[in-house]
Design a protein around this ligand. Structure first.
Ligand code: UD1
Ligand code: UDP
Length: 381
């Protein structure tokens, strides 16, 4: 007879928190598990916004964020911090999500102690070393360490098998992003006072078709962000649209967007939104322009066409299903693809009605069942 499986979940950024809270809600209070939570604070206010709405209370907060942090100094701070928590907690399993520096370092620190790692959202690959950067290699490195791989789609599972990962350790679960956005959307439906931070902007643009714009990828910092901002400025000349852009707090992002978009009547640059107001904004929008990973999945779950402003994506499922189009980071293409969706109702309907390929909203449940099956024998693999 073994005791409950002790799981330490480690995460640090907004998207990890959003995709992990459905799992954490289930782990807590399930007698099969002892759930401990370590947040790294790789993000600060954006992480806290999610912890707050999802009511997640971490056991540890390493509070590592520094303004304008580089990946190497962040990695160094994280490794000793997470290592210390692992030495105190001695979990059976470390659970990580996705491709961030926090996820990679948590996996590495666990490996150094021969603690098993379970990886949610495993197997996404663009096939390009620097796109997204540094996330493509972060995710691959976690694969090399993990002993349990929760692939959100069959495509991701096939990518893992192609890298000789033991097929018995790969499980297709769906993406917990779908669980999260459904949870939030249901709460918004039940309580019209939630997400009030966007009320003013939604009222101001009530007569217009709202385009949600987000951009933050490091590989776009050199040129891409400026192109994206100019494209948005061109689109916003149209009187029938308004662009709402929650500006990512990375100091490299704001100047590029402000230069092109400040003082435009049809554009609102707003601070990063909490998850409730952001999902409220998504629900009210016509379409999305983004380089985000998670927003591609949420858009598909909500039936909102999404134009992905990247040159390569590790989420080809959306492109294949027709929920997303990859439009690159050149101004002309971003503008023409947006206008096509705005002016061609058939093209719009084809994307809005395409089937969501990212899961059925039961990913967290599946992940918990799979974790519960971990035995003393495979905990140490
Ligand atoms: C990280 C992730 C990326 C994810 C993104 C989500 C890595 C390698 N990258 O990139 O995969 O898509 O988060 O947003 O882990 N900042 C704040 N407050 C916050 C959050 C960030 O001020 O709440 C600012 C800080 O100046 C910080 C900077 O943004 O130094 C960059 O944050 P960081 O997590 O290092 O990188 P991201 O580019 O956000
Ligand atoms: N998001 C949010 N507020 C915002 C913008 C995004 O809550 O102002 C959420 C969004 O719903 C998605 C996640 O943040 O779940 C995506 O995070 P981000 O784009 O920063 O990272 P990525 O998904 O690209 O790793």
């Amino acid at each position: 007879m073994t005791g409950p499986l002790k799981i330490l979940t480690v995460f640090g950024t907004r998207p990890e928190a959003i995709k992990l809270f459905p799992v954490l809600h289930r782990l807590t209070g399930d007698a099969r598990f002892t759930s401990r939570i370590c947040v790294t604070g790789q993000h600060r206010e954006m992480l806290d916004q999610v912890l707050d709405v999802a009511r997640i209370e971490p056991d540890y907060d390493l509070d590592v964020m520094q303004p304008g942090q580089t990946p190497d100094e962040l990695t160094a701070r994280l490794l000793t911090g997470i290592g210390g928590v692992l030495d105190m907690e001695k979990p059976d399993v470390v659970l990580v999500q996705g491709d961030t520096t926090s996820a990679l370092v948590a996996a590495l620190a666990a490996y150094y102690r021969q603690i098993a790692v379970a990886h949610a959202e495993a197997g996404l690959r663009s096939g390009e070393k620097y796109r997204p950067w540094p996330e493509e290699i972060n995710r691959k490195a976690i694969t090399a360490i993990a002993s349990l791989h929760f692939a959100p789609t069959q495509t991701a599972a096939i990518s893992l098998e192609a890298e000789s990962v033991d097929p018995a350790s790969i499980h297709v679960t769906g993406n917990t992003a779908v669980d999260a956005v459904r949870w939030m959307a249901a709460k918004l439906d039940a309580d019209s006072t939630l997400g009030a931070e966007v009320t003013e902007v939604l009222e101001r643009f009530a007569e217009k078709r709202i385009i949600v714009l987000t951009a933050h990828r490091r590989e776009s910092f050199e040129e891409g962000l400026g192109n994206i901002a100019r494209a948005a400025a061109t689109i916003a000349v149209r009187e029938d649209v308004a662009i709402v852009c929650p500006v990512h707090p990375n100091p490299a992002v704001r100047p590029a967007l402000e230069n092109a978009l400040n003082d435009r009547e049809n554009v609102a640059l707003v601070p990063p939104l909490g998850y409730a107001p952001f999902v409220r904004l998504l629900k009210a929008s016509a379409l999305l322009l983004t380089d985000s990973g998670g927003i591609q999945e949420e858009a598909a779950a909500l039936g909102k066409p999404v134009l992905v402003m990247r040159d390569a994506t590790e989420r080809p499922e959306g492109i294949v299903a027709g929920t997303a189009r990859l439009v690159g980071t050149q101004e002309i293409r971003i503008v023409s693809e947006t206008e096509r969706l705005l002016d061609d109702p058939q093209a719009y309907a084809a994307m809005a009605n395409a089937k969501n390929p990212f899961g059925d909203g039961k990913a967290a449940q599946q992940i918990c069942e799979l974790l519960a099956r971990m035995t003393p024998a495979n905990r140490q693999t």
